[in-house]
Write a protein that binds this ligand. Structure first.
Ligand code: FES
Ligand code: FES
Length: 154
């Protein structure tokens, strides 16, 4: 079956089995590999993308169901080659170690800040509760989100 997915503002014709998940189609058909596969079971958040601004675990979402949605991946957060402030603050705060969780973490943080531009630390923890990080202990990730919310240009 061929259908169209709109990813980061570009339409991609997708010729894929209707049972394929959105994560595999984004990575292997669309060719954007920033979105990561961790658990493949809706547990870790590494595969997080936005569907019409709503964070979704793409490993557990059928690609065909994303037709007609604006899909945003980590690649879509930069603008004309400039990193999104969340991306800059994650780097500058030392919130990236192995980096495997980072794209999904940033995508969830973007959704959080869109919904709540002035979150406190508890709001941030709740907003990122679907994203697991094995490396950083979360404090620097929370700091990066806090700096972004405060408008620190990084
Ligand atoms: S890979 Fe999707 S939640 Fe872990
Ligand atoms: S930086 Fe390694 S899992 Fe988060």
């Amino acid at each position: 079956m061929t259908y169209i997915l709109t990813v980061n503002g570009t339409d991609y014709p997708v010729d894929a089995d209707v049972t394929r998940n959105l994560l595999s189609v984004i990575r292997e058909v669309v060719g954007l590999t920033g979105t990561k596969e961790g658990c493949d079971d809706c547990e870790c958040g590494a595969c997080m993308v936005l569907l019409d601004g709503r964070p979704v675990n793409s490993c557990s979402y059928l690609a065909v169901q994303a037709q007609g949605c604006a899909i945003t991946t980590i690649e879509g957060l930069q603008s004309d080659g400039d990193l999104h402030p969340l991306q800059r603050h994650m780097l500058e705060s030392g919130a990236v170690q192995c980096g495997f969780c980072t794209p999904g973490m940033i995508v969830s943080a973007r959704a959080l800040l869109d919904a709540n531009p002035d979150p406190d630390d508890e709001d941030i923890r709740i907003g990122l509760s679907g994203n697991l990080c094995r490396c950083t202990g979360y404090a620097r990730i929370i700091e990066a989100v806090r700096k972004t919310a405060a408008g620190d240009s990084g």
